[in-house]
Design a protein around this ligand. Sequence first.
Ligand code: PMP
Length: 364
Amino acid sequence: MASLADLPIRDNLRGLTPYGAPQEQVSVALNVNENTHPIPESVAHDVVTSLAQALIGINRYPDREFTTLRERLASYVGHGATPEHIWAANGSNEVLQQVLQAFGGPGRSVLGFPPTYSMHSIIAAGTDTTWVTGERDPGYELSPTLVTEWIEKTKPDLVFLCAPNNPTGTPVSLDTIVAAYDATDGMVVVDEAYAEFAPEGSLSALSLLEGRERLIVSRTMSKAFAFAGARVGYMIADPAVCDAIRLVRLPYHLSALTQAAAVAALDHTSEMLAMVGDIRGQRDRLLRELPELGFTVWPSEANFVLFGGVHQPHALFEALLQRDIIIRDLGIPHHLRVTAGTERETTLFLDALRALGGASFGAR
Ligand code: PMP
């Protein structure tokens, strides 16, 4: 068997490692920020009916323009969005890839602010777009001044802002997004994968889209919507941006089954989102109880918490795994990230930490 090094692979892919969040069979999986509540059974029945209908026409290619899905997504996001403002793909990862295929590529660059979602740089590499990094203020914050300075310094073709940011949970103010937009002639992408978990009344970058044709807001059904396995992500942007993506998408990229499942789920938006309040409650509980165990926490507006004060992150990760609980070690010194699960899962996690000695675990 050959190794990667034996192959005539593109130079910018040499030495890279693929996305690799472990997929272990454990009873408490709090590692990839899924919604750990299953979808309601009544909704599942409607999804199955919708899939059955789609199956009858499965000998034909699907609607290349996923018209019904775009209509449903437009009414879900509101803010005056019409189906022409919507683009969807197999997860928001694919949306971001298509955005970089159209607006990035060889000789172009995208600016991001680590620590941030690891796929941003991996998708940049996959599309041969140079990944340029800025630094965050203390507390992982971004400010209008900071993003403006980094844009002026690095002159990127695209800017990625993750709001709230994965893995830190930090929100990004609308002023910061506007400052980024005004500082560049390139595209500004706001990754709002976790937007639904933000506090009630928070403003989304969707409210900035009017009159800003270089702004893209990407969203997903994988998180709050509890639909990660279906692979449906989408973006809201000027219709011209959707036309640009049509130049790079593969025809029929969204299968008839994906479209049918997503439309049926969107017909039950309130039931699908019913657990969001609960999840916010468990996140707030983690923010309260982790410090009681001696850890530090970063304020989070998403469905996960990054906590610090961990003496040996990898050893603690392994010790939890032994107890059938998986969380995430992102390689940030003295930190681990945990997803807010159901009340039971969160309790099992906190109890396991307590049994392991809390923040004194691994101290010499
Ligand atoms: N953006 C962020 C910030 C994420 O954390 C994730 C998933 N972890 C995604 C996008 C991609 O999600 P999906 O492809 O499932 O829509």
